[in-house]
Design a protein around this ligand. Structure first.
Ligand code: ADP
Ligand code: ZN
Length: 747
């Protein structure tokens, strides 16, 4: 990788090098004579006993002789990080209060992967006919006929058979294999490849987005429109404009399963595949994409939140699809919200940012309302297709029998839909079979040994699992406490249990259970979604992952099993989240020719969230919810941070948390903030503390957690206060850690 020394006249220069490790400071090194360095350049330099790769952050004149500074070892042949990406890294570190090296690490993990991408195996017809014909073999031959070279797995898929059928034909010499280079990361996209004709409404929206892109300057537009209104078609026009201008484009998606679906749609529109970037993409391929992005060869990247830190040099457009989705928040390592940081990157790059959603976050709505963002709306579905009819099922009046979760009305609707050969979706936001298992004879409940959570039964896997730490144990036959036999009882519903109930109600229905923990990962999910779209199942049962942006062409009925689940938490965003989730999941119904219908089972249909969902009056919901946030001084009207203090021992961790809180009152006076008197809202330049108190999940992975909430008006320098507090407060010791979460999403 080393490109050797590059001659330069500079002598006595010092380079400050940031290393991709948990350090905030850049280390200073002497620049050896003859090595030309500039900010952004990758170098190798000694760090402790080893050589480490880092990025030059600054080059400045130093003492005439290197003195006791260690020297840069070599300059690496990796495209340098440009100034805007370095600015973004500094900005995110300051904002999230993470060490800069940790943020750098997110940006430079990929390029160090030197192993090349594996070659692919292609197959094609070789000539001889098979000795023995089977229906599966016939399908393979039909699929391969006259169509040149196939990737092996693609041929199996096209023929709808297993890979072993292909292998058999290869062994007989009917198919021959050849070695193909890895799939290219960057093929040219054609902005005019298959442009649709837009409705007048869509055209107007597209024009507005295009003009933001063509202005070549920073702007944020909230693109709001119900599911099926054509938001994607419309922002494709913005992408076309950016392609036309030779600018790069980044599209962020909250979930991997969505990116793969999107790539196909993108290819149909622009004639080439976009580069895909997320944890499911192999490391060697990511390394190639990283370089292609830096070289400007990859014009468009579709990715998860980490794509935000790719080394674009000509970024003209960032799209954040499903911008309200809480999956955009990274909750460990560097804690940041990708939607917000996308706006920051757009500002630094002078790029247009589009936030798209059918159910925008209150934050984005308020920003649009106050004129900080442009607001482009699509009213109604494409071609006037009807929104689903939404009805409540009041579970207080017509509850199903004990241990059952499908009301008679929903059961009848499911059966009618099945008779019409249309699809239904049952939504329940609980993975597994049952959220709690207890012993009927002694009352023993199965709790996670590492967390204050109940173990969730997964019947297909015959296991009890913790959804917080991953602990998994076999479901015993006897109660471990009283040794009673046959006494264990599942309490509450999970999607697996729901599948069982559907099986009893409609034994002929083909049922598919979809959740994020499906074995087989993203690829398996993609196949399952394809199968759904191809009509290979009648009833889909899924968790929140089915609510997100997927197209289910044949779906006409949505049943929400327990609409109130999310409302019971003490989280101030609970109402917003539940509203978004219900709006999204009911919106899956009838996106195409079939009219849609949604039945929402609820124990409190009079709740404002349920009323908004049932009446379709989202404006009123947004207005009321916004007003409540304003009155409570919650984001986006005020700023919030959570300090999580965690340790192995409850008492010492709590003491530590209390000591931090006490420190706040002993800090020297600051011109930018003062501590608000206890209770009440913090006023201008004031900070108020809440807690410490036990965190909502008091123990995770054996670590006791206490939480201190810090609240301030928008104008207050919250990070400045936190820096002062942590500098003056007790130092982390004895395994106690302080984690800062700026703008926590749930608490
Ligand atoms: P959203 O992103 O708002 O949910 P989509 O862009 O996915 O909406 O559009 C919903 C469906 O309607 C898609 O199948 C899409 O192809 C189709 N559609 C929307 N607008 C048009 C158009 N102008 N011409 C053809 N099909 C369209
Ligand atoms: Zn656990």
């Amino acid at each position: 990788m080393s490109s050797g020394a590059i001659p330069a006249k500079a002598h006595g220069l010092v380079a400050d090098v940031l290393m991709p490790v948990a350090l905030d400071i850049a280390y200073s090194y002497a620049v050896p004579p003859g090595v030309a360095l500039a900010p952004g350049v990758f170098v190798e330099a000694p760090l402790g006993p080893r050589l480490a790769v880092g990025v030059v952050w600054e080059v400045r004149p130093g003492p005439g002789s290197p003195g006791n500074l260690k020297s840069i070892r070599s300059r690496l042949d990796i495209p340098p990080l440009n100034e805007s990406l370095r600015q973004l890294i500094d900005w995110v570190a300051r904002w999230s209060m993470s060490p800069r090296g940790m943020v750098l690490r997110m940006a430079v993990r990929a390029p160090f992967h030197a192993t090349p991408e594996p070659v692919r195996v292609g197959v094609r017809l070789a000539g001889p006919t098979p000795r023995r014909m089977t229906p599966a073999r016939e399908k393979v031959l039909a699929a391969a006929e006259g169509r040149g070279i196939f990737i092996k797995s693609a041929l199996a898929k096209a023929a709808g058979c297993s890979a072993s059928v292909i292998d058999g034909l290869i062994d007989e010499g009917v198919l021959e294999t050849l070695t193909l280079p890895p799939e290219p990361v960057a093929l040219p996209c054609d902005p005019h490849f298959a442009a649709p004709s837009l409705s007048p409404d869509q055209s107007e929206a597209a024009l507005q987005l295009e003009s933001s892109v063509r202005s070549g300057s920073f702007s944020v537009t909230l693109l709001e429109g119900v599911t099926g209104s054509g938001k994607t078609e419309v922002y494709f026009e913005a992408i076309a404009a950016a392609l036309d201008m030779d600018r790069q484009i980044l599209v962020l998606m909250p979930e991997i399963a969505l990116t793969t679906q999107f790539i196909d749609r993108f290819q149909a529109r622009f004639g080439a595949r976009a580069a895909e970037w997320h944890s499911g993409v192999s490391a060697p391929r990511r390394a190639r994409i990283w370089s292609a992005v830096a070289a400007g060869e990859a014009q468009i990247v579709i990715g998860a939140r980490s794509a935000l830190f790719l080394p674009f040099n000509a970024l003209g457009l960032i799209i954040v699809d499903e911008e309200h989705d809480s999956a955009y928040k990274q909750e460990d390592g560097v804690i940041y919200h990708a939607r917000d940081m996308a706006v920051v990157r757009g500002r630094i790059e002078g790029a247009a940012v589009i936030l798209a959603s059918a159910t925008p976050s209150i934050e984005s709505r308020v920003n649009a309302g106050q004129g900080r963002y442009l607001h482009v709306k699509l009213n109604g579905r494409f071609e006037g297709r009807a929104m689903p009819v939404i009805e409540a099922v009041d579970m207080r009046l017509k509850a199903p029998a004990r241990g059952k979760w499908i009301s008679p009305r929903l059961a009848a609707a499911l059966s009618e839909t099945l008779l019409r050969r249309e699809q239904s979706l049952l939504f329940l936001n609980r993975r597994g079979y049952a959220p709690l298992t207890l012993c009927r004879s002694c009352g023993h409940r199965f709790q996670c040994p590492n967390c204050t959570t109940w173990l969730v039964e997964h019947r297909f896997r015959k296991a009890l699992a913790c959804h917080h730490c991953g602990h998994i144990e076999r479901r015993p036959d006897l109660c471990p406490n009283c040794e009673a036999a046959d006494s264990l009882m599942a309490c509450g519903p999970g999607i697996e249990r729901l599948a069982e109930e559907v099986g009893e109600l409609l034994p002929d229905a083909r049922v598919m259970v979809l959740s994020s923990d499906l074995p087989g990962g993203a690829e398996r999910l993609r196949q399952e979604f394809e199968a759904v779209a191809a009509g290979e199942c009648d009833i889909i049962i899924g968790t929140q992952m089915v609510a997100k942006g997927h197209n289910f062409p044949l779906l006409s009925l949505v049943g929400v099993i327990d609409a109130d689940i999310g409302l019971t938490s003490g989280d101030p965003r609970a109402a917003e989240r539940t509203f978004q989730l219900l709006q999204q999941v009911t919106g899956r119904a009838g996106r195409f020719e079939t009219a849609g219908r949604a039945l929402v089972q609820s124990f409190q249909p009079e709740h404002p969230v349920m009323r908004a969902i049932l009446s379709g009056d989202s404006e009123r919901f947004y207005a009321e919810e916004t007003e409540q946030r304003r009155r409570a001084g919650l984001p986006p009207f005020g700023r919030l941070a959570a300090l999580i203090i965690s340790g192995d021992d409850s008492a010492s961790t709590e003491n530590f948390a209390r000591a931090i809180a006490r420190t706040a009152f002993e800090l020297p006076l600051s011109p930018t903030w003062t501590l608000a008197p206890a209770g009440g809202l913090p006023g201008e330049n004031e900070i108020s503390l809440l807690g410490p108190a036990e965190a909502p999940i008091a123990v995770i992975r054996g670590r006791h957690r206490f939480r201190l909430l810090v609240r301030a008006p928008r104008s207050t320098d919250l990070q400045g206060f936190l820096r002062a507090l942590l500098a003056a407060g007790p130092k982390e010791r004895g395994g106690i850690r302080v984690t800062i979460d700026i703008d926590p999403q749930s608490f």
